[in-house]
Write a protein that binds this ligand. Structure first.
Ligand code: AHR
Length: 485
């Protein structure tokens, strides 16, 4: 498993940056205006990588607005989210923050309204040690050492008609090739992500991927995937099957990547950057046109329930199960905007229910993703057909001998699971904790920090197996130590 599976998106959107990670004057702000209480929660969440500055925002962004003395930075109207962007946080500020927190940055370049020259200039600004126009400007702006940003997204959701500068697939592929060539001439060590479809539902899904890879496949390392899930019209069974929907979405993209590679006789493997995923009640979004123009006004601050948290846990299992091809993933987003961490301006920062499964998996899923199989009943769903009632993912770290198993009971009734682990010698159970969902009636949104994992009372150890009674619609994490054979 690549540890970059535990990334998040930080977009200049709503209150993710302003009054989210950054709030000068807040009692917990550091010397640069970043909130240390939020930074602590980011550490607890176990985030490894942060994608920035968008999202849709990047397609209208001029990164040169966000560098240099703060008092000279322009206030621009951001058309993606109808906000006034004050540019008080920009590239250097963000990268200094990721360095302080020990996070890997993943930067997106604007291929919507800017283009190749500005993309190459940003790589030069970030990664060239000095002696050129843009690198010397960075040094003058107080960053003497190069930022050394390895991972770059070639635009964002360029298949979406809502995207500023949206293009048909063949034209995007040409642009991605030009940008990739220029960026690699500045720094040959960069890793590049081409835009895949912005969702499985896009009418161009499949053909977009094939065309982009035919044209740009020799120049990129990853193809992006994005997906958001929600409960539609009280159809909880389908919602609980989101992990299965993500599973077949990934299978479809992997098949497309490999079909194009075979046709083009490409040996090099292109992997997946699932760089936006989450539960998002998109059907509640009023549409950008209906948003007031404001400075860091709230945008899509979904309040999550324990059912949402169980689904997030299950989506993580799907990502872990595809660790051979999904190398990067970003929960979208990190703070306030459909986020595991919420803040009050001038006040507290707290965890949403979805914080917990992410933090647990990020902490305990290490080493190798195991091929875990289930046999048992299926859940019949309206949207996704029959899916396994219990989903499982497991990891084994050969260095520490730690095993982690993640189980989702998607079924509305208790399920007894017999977990067979006889292949491991000296299996010592360390803990079994679970997140029950508050599954009575409509989603009960949880704003307070009352949600946490608790020990699963009913489990029995046998020789070579562990039997567990999984409550209805719950998420469970088991940890064990083993002797590596
Ligand atoms: O995360 C919110 C938005 O969802 C992002 O800006 C965009 O990339 C996606 O459509």
């Amino acid at each position: 498993m690549d540890r970059r599976l535990f990334g998040c998106l930080v977009e200049h959107m709503g209150r993710c940056v302003y009054t989210g990670i950054f709030e000068p004057g807040h009692p917990a702000a550091d010397a640069d205006g970043f909130r240390t209480d939020v930074a602590e929660l980011v550490g607890e969440l176990g985030v490894t990588l942060v994608r920035y500055p968008g999202g849709n925002f990047v397609s209208g962004y001029d990164w040169t607005d966000g560098i240099g003395p703060r008092e000279r930075r322009p206030r621009r109207l951001d058309l993606a989210w109808r906000s006034v962007e004050t540019n008080q946080v920009g590239t250097d500020d963000f990268l200094a923050w990721t360095t302080r927190l020990g996070l890997e940055p993943m930067l997106a370049v604007n291929l919507g309204t800017k283009g190749v020259q500005q993309a190459a200039a940003l790589v030069e600004y970030c990664n060239v040690p000095g002696g050129t126009q843009w690198s010397d400007l960075r040094r003058g702006n107080g960053a003497p050492d190069p930022h050394g940003v390895r991972l770059w997204c070639l635009g964002n959701e360029m298949d979406g008609p809502w995207q500023q500068g949206h293009l048909p697939a063949d034209r995007y592929a040409d642009l991605a090739v030009e940008a990739a060539q220029a960026m690699r001439r500045v720094d040959p060590t960069v890793e590049l992500v081409a835009c895949g479809s912005s969702s499985h539902q896009m009418p161009t899904f499949g053909s977009w991927e094939a065309t982009v890879l035919e044209g740009a496949g020799d120049h990129v390392d990853y193809l992006s995937m994005h997906a958001y899930y929600e409960e539609h019209d009280g159809d909880r069974d389908s919602f609980l099957a989101s992990g299965a929907a993500m599973d077949s979405y990934i299978d479809g993209v992997v098949a497309t990547i490999d079909a194009v590679a075979a046709r083009r006789r490409r040996k090099r493997r292109i992997h997946i950057a699932f760089d936006e995923w989450n539960v998002w009640y998109q059907s509640h979004f009023p549409g950008v046109e209906n948003l007031p123009v404001d400075v860091s006004g709230p945008r899509i601050e979904d309040v999550y329930s324990t059912v949402d948290a169980v689904v997030v846990g299950d989506l993580l299992s799907t990502l872990v199960n595809h660790a051979d091809r999904v190398k990067i993933a970003c929960l979208a987003q990190l703070v306030n905007v459909i986020a595991p961490i919420m803040t009050e301006p001038g006040g507290a920062a707290w965890r949403q229910p979805t914080f917990h499964p992410f933090a647990e998996v990020a902490a305990s899923a290490r080493g190798n993703s195991l091929v875990a199989r289930t046999a048992g009943p299926e859940l019949a769903t309206r949207r996704h057909g029959y899916v396994p009632a219990v989903n499982v993912a497991a990891t084994h770290d050969p260095m520490s001998g730690e095993v982690a198993v993640f189980l989702t009971n998607r079924y509305p009734q208790e399920m007894t699971v017999d977990l067979l682990h006889s292949g491991f010698e000296n299996w010592t159970l360390r803990s079994v904790d679970h997140l029950p969902s508050d599954d009575r009636g409509p989603r009960e949104r949880k704003t307070a920090a009352t949600v946490r994992l608790t020990p699963l009372a009913r489990h029995r150890s046998r020789s070579g197996s562990t039997e567990l009674d999984l409550p209805p619609r719950s998420w469970t994490q088991l940890r064990a130590s083993v002797r590596t054979p």
